[in-house]
Design a protein around this ligand. Sequence first.
Ligand code: UD1
Length: 352
Amino acid sequence: MNVFHIVGARPNFMKVAPVMNALKTRKHVVQTLVHTGQHYDANMSDVFFEQLGIPAPDVNLAVGSGTHARQTAEIMTRFEPVLLERQPDIVLVYGDVNSTVATALVCAKLGVRVGHVEAGLRSFDRTMPEEINRLVTDQLADLLFTPSEDGDVNLRKEGIPAEKIFRVGNVMIDSLVKLLPVAQRQSKNGLPERYALVTLHRPANVDDGATLKRLLQSLLEVNRDLAVIFPAHPRTRQRIADFGLNAEQLRILDPLSYVDFLGLQSRATVVITDSGGIQEETTYLGVPCLTLRENTERPVTVTFGTNVLVGRDPDKLRSELSRVLAGQAKKGTIPPLWDGHAGERIAAVLAD
Ligand code: UD1
């Protein structure tokens, strides 16, 4: 069986690693890794390959950045000949980025089977580009691997037959379980005893000057009670500069490696974020997470986990932060099947 894996953007890398690893031990499986090149900076891509032990891509489509239409079209155009030439038996796509939907669409048109890892998540907010990517990919996929029960429920409501759906758990947590001991051995030198770890990159939060200004003002306020450490996505850094905003008092860093970021997360007093994956990682780690979004496609992080949606409301952020500082942060538990073995369950389904 010739299995293709498609990755393109940072959050794909921690998901592909455990699946490739689990398939390595299966006889008769040949794996081909395709990197679309959606993320191309060393600290957005290469370092993740090294730390997660992912082999160098067999194919790099080197598409780079662009508008949604341009980037998606470029991935499709460059992927089609590769697919035609190499004729895989199945293509695994990961998460909800443009690389996911673009390659799934090419496969569907050419009659190549698609497996979607992290299927069924829904924010029910179609202003998010990722929600469109999730909806379309799940309609096209032949095998849908879900991380939690809500994924199965959403897919069934959208008419996906039950026999296509496999609840395997959370592959991203597989990578976390594997590398947490390494992350915890990282030096604490120069780190404050207590700190808020911040990430921010959603277009809805950073692409509008007034919204980003308000968010930064809230973070400056947080910084008075608790040091803010803020590894910034290139797009966020660019927007802060474009809008001429003041963030000097915050410790703004370049994007960090997987292990460095995991180490910082595991020791944080609180994490403030608009990321999807970080809501899950903090739930697993039991670290309080305040999410700067009105909704989440990962509701188990709220029902089971430590996540609280604060939206873009500075008062809500203030009051939730006070709870954390008073030692009254929300307590959570780890959702079922977030146990470090999701990749093996996917490999077992494919082998069957
Ligand atoms: C993408 C995903 C998002 C994910 C995020 C994680 C989509 C629609 N969005 O968003 O779901 O949460 O990755 O990081 O696929 N840039 C660089 N260097 C890079 C990559 C990007 O400087 O290596 C800059 C460019 O200015 C680029 C911008 O970031 O235009 C946005 O990159 P893009 O891949 O389009 O989307 P992300 O915001 O990274």
